[in-house]
Design a protein around this ligand. Structure first.
Ligand code: SAH
Length: 217
């Protein structure tokens, strides 16, 4: 009974979150539908579950954070997903964005360097009924060359500089989104693979945990 009451409360909170995202300018119906479908409360630790649908970043353990829903929504909007894309996510973290991507893209690959987070993400994805995503544990700073090319590469942690070594893993027309900078000053950068060149556009200021690894910090 209590569990059912809680599920109802989460549904209401989730509905309000979708309304807030819409009011903030997110117009893509597929993105809004994904937020309405994915149970964010299953992807955050018990201690912060009551804040799962606030537009807030939350701690997920091991010094890492799940981004604000508004940030995920903005990043997904820049990915321009039509449903068929092959996507690489670097930094699975909680697995929440992985779940959103599974609804918005064709094939999702995701790498996480902290084994405990990768395992709890795998569990949460299973509980949320998401299957078919390719999860692996390791340093994703060099991408996933064996599974490349990707139409979209999303980096969830801040790289020291625009990761040009990943551009060859993009399809023609592909998009890469990455926070770039040190822990205090970061910018969200969107790279587009054009014929023979790459356009790099700065979108916004950003604040992410560092990308740690061979091609990170
Ligand atoms: N989108 C995720 C972001 C989590 S925070 C979410 O909302 O939950 C970023 C994640 O990137 C952390 O879990 C961190 O451990 C991971 N990370 C940092 N450097 C990495 C690397 N080189 N390879 C793979 N994952 C990395």
């Amino acid at each position: 009974m209590a569990a059912r009451a809680l599920t109802g409360a989460y549904q209401r909170d989730r509905h309000r979150l979708v309304e807030r995202l819409q009011a903030s300018g997110i117009e893509d119906l597929a993105i809004l539908h994904a937020f309405a479908s994915v149970p964010r409360h299953r992807f955050v630790p018990e201690a912060v579950r009551h804040r799962a649908y606030a537009d807030a970043a939350l701690p997920i353990g091991h010094g890492q954070t799940i981004s604000r829903p508004g940030v995920h929504a903005l990043h997904l909007a820049f990915c321009e997903l039509g449903g068929d894309e092959r996507v690489l996510e670097i930094g699975t973290g909680s697995g929440f964005q992985t779940a959103l991507l599974s609804l918005l893209a064709g094939e999702v690959y995701s790498i996480e360097r902290i084994p405990e987070l990768a395992e709890s993400a795998r569990r949460a994805l299973g509980e949320a009924g998401v299957d078919g995503v390719h999860l692996t544990i390791g340093d994703g700073s060099g991408g996933w060359p064996e599974a490349a090319p990707f139409d979209v590469i999303l980096i969830g942690a801040a790289a020291p500089e625009p990761p040009a070594h990943l551009y060859p893993q993009l399809t023609p027309g592909g998009r890469l989104l990455a926070p770039v900078g040190d822990p205090e000053h970061q910018e969200l950068v969107c790279v587009r693979a054009r014929e023979g060149s790459f356009d790099v556009e700065t979108i916004d200021r950003a604040r992410f945990v560092p990308l740690i690894g061979e091609r990170g910090w």
